[in-house]
Design a protein around this ligand. Sequence first.
Ligand code: 01A
Ligand code: AMP
Ligand code: MG
Length: 517
Amino acid sequence: MQTVHDLVRLAASRAPRQLAIVDDRSGRKLAYAELLAEIDRVAAGLAQRGIAAGDRVATCLPNLYDHALALLALDRLGAVPALINARLKPEDVGELIRQGAMRAAIVAADKAFAAAARGALPPGAPVITAGGIVENSTDLAACAGDASALPAYARPAPDATAFVFYTSGTTGLPKGAELPQRAAEARLLYMATQCGMRHGTHNRVLGLMPLFHVVGFYSVLLGALGFDGTYYVCSAFDPAKAVDTIERERITLLYGTPTHFHAILSAPNFAREKMASVETVVYAGAPMPGPLLDRVGQMFDGRITNIYGTTEVMNALYMPNPVGRPHTYRPGYYSQVRVGRFGGSVHDEAPVGEDGELLVDASADATFTRYLNRPDATAAKLQSGWYRTGDIAARREDGDFDLKGRVDDMIISGGENIYPEEVEAALLQHEGVRECSVVGAPDQKWGEVVVACVVAKAAGLAETDLDRFLRGSRLADYKRPRVYLFMDELPKNATNKVLRRVLRETAARAAEPMWST
Ligand code: 01A
Ligand code: AMP
Ligand code: MG
C-alpha cells in the first residue's frame, strides 16, 4: 500500500528538481523537493497548534494552492481531512463540523465561515483561514513550524480512515464517506489503466476539478503528483484563463465535467490550435450531451475517456473513445459490477437487457468504509459486500453496460448532485408557496438545470421574490432553481402523489429555449 504521502514522497525522491506545483495566484513554482519541505513545515505548524494524528480536521476551501498544501500537510501528520464543499452556506458547514466532531477547521478567509467554524468546534480549537486573515483565527500562510521537530512519517493501517469526502443525500446534510488509507493508489492508478495517462515528468495537469470532490483530489492533484507531473492550480474556474494556461503551459491532461468543457469551448479566446498539447481528455460526473461531445472530439487530438464513478467506490465503469460511438460502458480494472433487480436483494441479478440498479463490488481497495456517524445510511448503501449506486443500468448481450439515469430523482447540474426534496423544502419555507415540485430539465451547459414548479397561495408571487428568498436561505446557491414554472395545480395521481414524470416533460419543453446558453 502507498498512502497519499507515500506517493508524493516517492515522486520527490525520483524527481526532486521536477516542477510539482504552479500557483496561479502568487506565481510560485515549487519543485518536488521544495513541496515536500513545505508540506513538512506546514505540518509542523499545524502540530504546534494542537492538531495531532487521528484528529478529524474540516477543510472548506476553493481550489487554492493553500488548500492543496493543507490537505497534504494534514495527511503527512496522520490527521484526517474532512473536505466540505466550499459552495455550502456557513450554517451547513458549521453543522457538518459539529456532527463530525472535528478538532480544527481550515476555512476560506470569510467572517461568516470562520464564525460558523468557531461556533461548531470545541472551545479553543484552532480555526485557520486560507487566502487572508480573519479576526481570532490563524492565517494558514503564517502557520509554518520547525520541520525538524516533526516525528518521522508513521505508516498508518490500511483500514484507517485517511480522508472524509462528502456526498449529498436525499434530505438533510451531506454524508461523509470515510475513505481508507489503502484507497489512494487505485483512485489515481485508473488514470493510467483507463485514461491512458503515462507515468513521467512530461505530465502537466490543469486543476479544473474542485479538490473537495474525489476526482479533483485523487485523480487530478494526486494523479499529477503521484506520476512525477506538474499540477497547475486554478484558484477559481475562469474558462478564458484556462484556455491561456493550456496554451502557455502546454497542458497535457484535462479532466473536467462536461460543464467545464462546454465553458472552455465557449470561451472567446478558444482556438483549436491552443489545445494541441493536450494528450489526455477525461470527463466525469455526468453524461456529456451529444452535440458537446462531438465538438470536444473535433477540438482535441488527444485521447478522450468518459469516466463513470462515485465518491464511495471511485471509478466503476468507463468508456474509451466515446465520440461517435454508442454509449456503452465497461468495468474499470479494479471494478466488478452487476445489475440488481429493482426491489430485490443485491444477490438478485437482473437478466441481460433488463433495467435494474447498478451495484459495485465493495471489496475493492478503492471503496469507502462507511458514512461518518451514519450507520443507517451505510446499511442502506453497503449490503453484503455490494455498493448500491442509485443509477439505473442494464447488462448488454456483449457484456458491456447501458447507463440510463437515476433510480431516484437526483438532478446533476455541472457535476454537482442536487436532490429535489431539499430544494422543495427550502421553497416551502416561503410564505407565498402553497405547493411545489422540483425537477431537472436537460441543458447543454449544465447537463441538467433545476426547474421549480410552483403553486402560489395568491397571485403576484414572482420568480424574483423566490430567488431572493432562496439566496438568503440556507440552501447552497448552486441548488437554486434556474427556471420557475407557476401552475394552478401540480399534476397528481389517484393517490395524490405528484407526477414528477409529467413535470419533467413540461420542464424540458419550457427550458428548451435556454439550451443555447
Ligand atoms: O446565480 P449565482 O451567482 O449563484 O450562480 C453562480 C453559481 O451558483 C452557479 N453554479 C452552479 C454550479 C452547478 N454545479 N450547478 C448550477 N449552478 N456551480 C456553480 O454558477 C454561477 C457562477 O458561480 P462560480 O462559482 O463562478 O461557478 P464556476 O466556478 O464556473 O462553477 C461551475 C463548475 C462546473 C466549475 C462547478 O460547479 C464545478 O466545479 N463542478 C464540478 C463538480 C465535480 O467535481 N463533480 C465530480 C464530483 S465527484 C463524484 C463523481 O461524479 C465521480 C465521478 C468519477 C466520482 C468518481 C469518479 Cl472516478
Ligand atoms: P456522487 O454521488 O457525487 O459521488 O456522484 C456520483 C454520481 O454521478 C453517479 O452515481 C452518477 O449518477 C453520476 N455520474 C458520475 N459520473 C458519470 C458519468 N460519467 N456518466 C453519467 N453519470 C455519472
Ligand atoms: Mg466562475
